[in-house]
Design a protein around this ligand. Structure first.
Ligand SMILES: C[S@@+](CC[C@H](N)C(=O)[O-])C[C@H]1O[C@@H](n2cnc3c(N)ncnc32)[C@H](O)[C@@H]1O
Length: 258
């Protein structure tokens, strides 16, 4: 799938909150190597390099568009690569993956292999959106199935591979980690008109936008679908004088290998 870093950067402050809450739970002082899987534009990866200046910090992502705007810095590097093919090395003391594993349908079966390969004393920290059933995503699918765009969008909006916190906790405990898992719903206050549409345009709606563009490069089909979807979103998430509240559930798991 093609990503649009500029659209993703909209709401970067709101999108970064779960990342900071996640890495705050990692208790290692001086890791040798830190890996950020599905690092996106790398802005948050750079904060890991700032926290652990003596570490080699590597961001890995399969999107050349995302990596094109990655920042430079001492100890910081980026690699084009896929999460599915990645294997931890013997000095990978911290592995972080934030808002990326939901794009990897097989991730629950890949995790045990990673946990097994990680060195003793290492930390694994993951966060995935748990909002497949939220109105924003349910409406994305129901509108997709009902309109002149339905054939273009047939099968495009993926099934949900994300587990509940207990599912990830079980995988980490089975992998021999001391672990904890939890969920948080962020009440994100978004400014502007149709802000929930603007949010999902940068992430969950991307496969649909790509399919609509391929079916009708004139943009008319995209505009028609977005107009119907936006109207439904305005009802589900009414604007107030303060802005629009978008409740967003996130699932976290963090653990240390003894
Ligand atoms: C929502 S962004 C999250 C970016 C960053 N971690 C953050 O928190 O801002 C998801 C990222 O996962 C990457 N991604 C999706 N599937 C991937 C895969 N199979 N292998 C590597 N990266 C992948 C995308 O290219 C995208 O940059």
């Amino acid at each position: 799938m093609q990503w649009d870093p500029a659209r993703y950067a909209a709401f970067s402050d709101e999108r970064s909150r779960p990342f900071h809450d996640l890495v705050a739970q990692v208790g290692l002082e001086a890791p040798r190597r830190v890996v950020d899987l599905g690092c996106g534009p790398g802005t948050l990866t750079a904060t890991l390099a700032a926290r652990w200046p003596s570490a080699s910090v590597v961001g890995i992502d399969s999107s050349a568009e995302m990596l094109a705007s990655a920042p430079g810095g001492a100890g910081l590097s980026f690699e084009l690569g896929s999460i599915e093919d990645w294997t931890p090395g013997p000095t990978d003391d911290v592995v972080v993956t934030n808002a990326a594993l939901q794009w990897v349908p097989s991730h629950a079966s890949v995790l045990p292999r990673w946990l097994d390969a990680m060195p003793s004393g290492s930390w694994f920290a993951m966060q995935v959106p748990g909002n497949f059933g939220s109105p924003s995503h349910a409406l994305m699918r129901s509108v997709a199935a009902d309109g002149p765009w339905a054939s273009a969008l047939d099968g495009v909006l993926r099934a949900d591979p994300v587990l509940d916190p207990a599912g990830y906790l079980g995988i980490m405990l089975d992998g021999g980690f001391e672990a904890r898992a939890w969920e948080t719903t962020y009440a994100q206050l978004l400014p502007g008109e149709d802000p929930v549409l603007a949010w999902v345009r940068g992430t969950g709606l991307r496969p649909a936008l790509q399919a609509l563009d391929a079916a009708d490069p004139s943009g008319e089909l995209t505009a028609a679908y977005e107009a119907r979807y936006a109207a439904a979103l305005r009802e589900a998430y009414p604007a107030s004088t303060h802005g629009t509240v978008y409740p967003f559930r996130r699932v976290f798991a963090v653990g240390r290998k003894p």
